[in-house]
Design a protein around this ligand. Structure first.
Ligand SMILES: *Cc1c(COP(=O)(O)O)cnc(C)c1O
Length: 394
């Protein structure tokens, strides 16, 4: 089995699993309890928070543990909106290719009377600092731009955008779920006010993440109840998961450069090899791009059929589309970078990591062109393209 779907989720690392185990069956106390087992749990919580803060270059007091990236995105946007509303600012700037955790939260804010402005994404999968600067108005409450896109892997100029927002006195949030553990993060140097991350995208467990909120930014609760997380996120802390996240984040950051180099070389082999397929194109610029992201469109095929046939050959890939629950809508990300509908349907996302080998790449470079050719052979659209009744786009 070749796993090339690491943008969807990753294997939990041995280090993370081993760090977690004691907190299931020996130190299982509630971190709020006053007895010694509770205090041991509390100490583990403190050191996990410190480890996350070290990795982000912030203070542990600026971290709220959440159930994952989605909750952190929700809390960041709802908090910035509430703060803006109190000051009469109801304009929010974001981008057309954010994750649905951001886009759907923005939809809910729109229903509450906020004006949501989604910046266009260029063909290369990038938003420019200039676009952000031009969009900021006196009533802008928040700018939210994702660090790296989950489908096409392009890395946004976050430090420059952060600089502009800081200069103009506008809050800046970044969904760094795909970036954390894969590219260096520094909330201080990058002028980030709010940042979301999720453990299961960097070899931590699922169901845990965090929101970084710069000191002094008031947060609204998404979950009400006890006084955990300074009263900003109620519920008994998921200590095993939090400890596992901290172990995974530390490990990922220690190996970040080496992993990135190793993975990027294989990524480039895949991109070069797959671009040999006629009428194919890479989605998003080659650089700056996450070290493990490969995303292409092949004209004249359906991405879904491609995935099923690759699965038969032991390759776990993704179309990178939002094609959940049988919806036939193509990916909003591919549409945002200007791919026409019919081309966007023929997408393939391979997200590899440091565990991927040259042999895996060889297998994929053999299987994918064969499967694409097979599907094109049966495709009525391909026949129309071949006969000239339909124009090639790629
Ligand atoms: C996976 C992902 C999320 C959601 O994180 P969960 O922990 O699964 O809720 C949000 N944003 C991006 C960019 C993601 O890739």
């Amino acid at each position: 089995m070749i796993y090339a779907d690491n943008a969807a989720t990753t294997r939990t690392s041995r280090t993370a699993i081993e760090a977690m185990l004691p907190y299931f069956d020996s130190v299982y106390g509630n971190a709020s309890s006053l007895h010694s087992m509770g205090q041991q749990a509390q100490a583990a919580l403190v050191s996990a928070r410190q480890a996350m803060a070290d990795g982000l270059h912030c203070s542990p007091r600026e971290i709220i543990f959440t159930s994952g990236g989605s909750e952190a995105d929700n809390q960041a946007l709802l908090s910035a909106a509430a703060l803006g509303e109190r000051k009469g600012k109801k304009h929010i700037i974001s981008t057309a290719f954010e994750h649905h955790a951001v886009l759907h939260t923005l939809d809910s804010l729109k229903k509450r009377g906020f004006e949501i402005e989604l910046l266009d994404v260029h063909e290369d999968g990038l938003v420019t600092p200039r676009q952000v600067a031009d969009a900021i108005r006196p009533d802008t409450a928040l700018v939210s731009v994702m660090f790296a896109n989950n489908e096409i892997g392009t890395i946004q100029p976050i430090a420059e955008i952060g600089r502009i927002c800081r200069d103009r006195g506008v809050l800046f949030h970044t969904d760094a779920v795909q970036a954390a553990g894969h590219v260096p993060l520094d909330v201080e140097a990058m002028h980030i006010d709010l940042l979301s991350l999720s453990a299961h995208k960097f070899h931590g467990p699922k169901g845990v993440g965090l929101l970084y909120a710069r000191k002094g930014i008031p947060l609204v609760n998404v979950i009400y109840g006890g006084a955990q997380e300074r009263g900003k996120r109620a519920g008994t802390e998921n200590l095993p998961a939090i400890v596992g996240m901290a172990a995974a984040f530390t490990e990922a950051n220690e190996n970040l450069q080496a992993n990135a180099q190793k993975t990027a070389r294989l990524r480039d082999r895949l991109i070069d090899g797959l671009l040999q397929i006629p009428h194919s194109a890479l989605n998003g610029a080659r650089s700056p791009r996450l070290p493990g992201n490969v995303n292409l469109c092949f004209e004249g095929i359906e991405g879904e059929s491609l995935l099923l046939l690759l699965d038969d050959r032991g390759i776990c890939a993704s179309s990178g589309s939002a094609c959940t629950s049988g919806s036939l809508d193509p990916s909003h990300v591919l549409l945002a970078i200007g791919r026409p509908h019919e081309v966007a349907h023929g997408s393939l996302r391979l997200t590899i990591n440091e565990e991927t080998t040259d042999a895996d790449v060889d297998v994929m470079l053999r299987a994918i062109p064969e499967v694409v050719a097979y599907l094109r052979n049966m495709s009525p659209v391909w026949k129309e393209l071949q006969s000239g009744r339909r124009q090639f786009v790629l």
